[in-house]
Design a protein around this ligand. Structure first.
Ligand code: AMP
Ligand code: TRP
Length: 347
């Protein structure tokens, strides 16, 4: 007999999120995700953050670079304010529960659901016969990342919304198929002024670590000069800033810079417009550059400092993985029992 599916309110609040170490962290990652990971941690909620290296290899990664990028992302998390004593911080491949549950979810998710994933369609493009099977299955592994911890809330940028809907569908189908109330139906947490930071070269494209143009993004490793230059060269239109947020509607580049300013300053876009209405980009861009440098430089320099001791970063990730494993292992063992796997090994 299937029982009604529990809503997240019946599970203790637990936050999980992940970032792929498939390149350096960008301003999009920082504003859309990382900055908000820190806020959740500081609110005192249980927070688990993961560098999803298994997701990264859905597209080929140079092994030495992958290791370097994983350490650098960990340094970025810590520099941005993630405290490894208060949050669980680790890399995915050190906790095998993720791939184990990922396989089970490959058997729960339906082909039709996966085929609707817009990120897969975008990434695969015309090349869909030649991308990895992992790239297609990726959202099922993402659901496993979250549900291996029975996490209830997942802070992400706007682009991950559809993947989280799939995670909800997987939880509901698993619960129904096995007649249990085992997995929570997660809530996406998509908040703030910069849930979708756009490319500095094209206001209709997402700022991404995989964009071939370095000018399109601000990296957390960029120095002050580079940040200022990239903002000065950012594509805009010729008009001054409007006197209301509505006036940004058909101006994607201008809207993007206002949103970035708002997110960095901790203001709403309306507040930014109230302060800067009528300003030309010749004035607004330098103000934005100063603000970005003031907010990002301390993070960049702390990252550089942390990167001088890679062994310490590895130690932190290992200790985080031990804590993650202690939560996920019993959950995935219960899943094995629910689905009818014999577990008879001693010790
Ligand atoms: P990824 O770099 O694809 O692993 O993304 C990690 C996190 O950063 C996810 O929560 C994304 O939604 C978020 N993110 C990535 N790019 C952006 C962007 N341009 N704007 C806002 N959030 C982003
Ligand atoms: N798919 C996410 C991205 O590319 C990264 C990710 C993997 C993730 N597993 C997750 C995000 C679990 C949140 C929760 O941005």
């Amino acid at each position: 007999m299937s029982q009604p599916v529990q809503t997240p309110a019946t599970f203790p609040t637990r936050i999980f999120s992940g970032i792929q170490p498939s390149g350096g962290l960008t301003l999009g990652n920082y504003l859309g995700a990382l900055k908000r990971f820190v806020e959740k941690q500081d609110e005192g909620i249980e927070t688990i953050y993961c560098l999803v290296d298994m997701h990264a290899i859905t597209v080929w990664q140079d092994p030495a670079k992958l290791r370097q990028q994983t350490r650098e992302a960990a340094a970025g998390f810590i520099a941005a304010g993630i405290d490894p004593a208060r949050s669980v911080l680790f890399n995915q491949s050190q906790v095998t529960a993720h791939v184990e549950l990922g396989w089970i979810f490959n058997c729960v998710a339906r082909m039709g659901w996966m085929s609707r994933m817009t990120q897969f369609k975008d990434k695969a493009g015309k090349n869909s016969e030649n991308v990895s099977l992992g790239l297609y299955a990726y959202p099922a592994l993402m659901a496993a990342d979250i549900l291996a911890y029975k996490a209830t809330h997942v802070p992400v940028g706007e682009d991950q919304k559809q993947h989280l809907e799939l995670c909800r569908d997987i939880a509901i189908k698993f619960n129904n198929d096995y007649g249990v109330n085992f997995f929570p139906v997660v809530e996406p947490v998509i908040e703030g002024a910069a849930t979708r930071v756009m490319s500095l070269r094209d206001g209709t494209m997402k700022m991404s670590k995989s964009d071939p143009s370095d000018q399109s993004r601000i990296n957390l490793t960029d120095d002050a000069d580079t940040i200022a230059k990239k903002i000065r060269k950012a594509k805009t239109d010729a008009d001054p800033l409007p006197d209301s947020v509505d006036g940004l509607k058909d101006r994607p580049e201008a809207r993007n810079l206002v949103n970035i300013y708002a997110a960095l300053a901790g203001q709403t876009p309306a507040e930014v417009i109230a302060e800067h209405q009528g300003a030309q980009f010749g004035t607004f861009k330098p103000a934005l550059a100063d603000l970005a440098v003031a907010k990002l430089s301390p993070i960049t320099s702390e990252m550089t400092r942390l990167m001088q001791d890679p062994a310490e970063i590895d130690r932190i990730l290992g200790a985080g993985a031990d804590r993650a494993e202690a939560i996920a292992r019993p959950i995935v063992d219960q899943v094995y029992d629910i689905i009818g796997m014999i577990r008879s090994r001693r010790g």
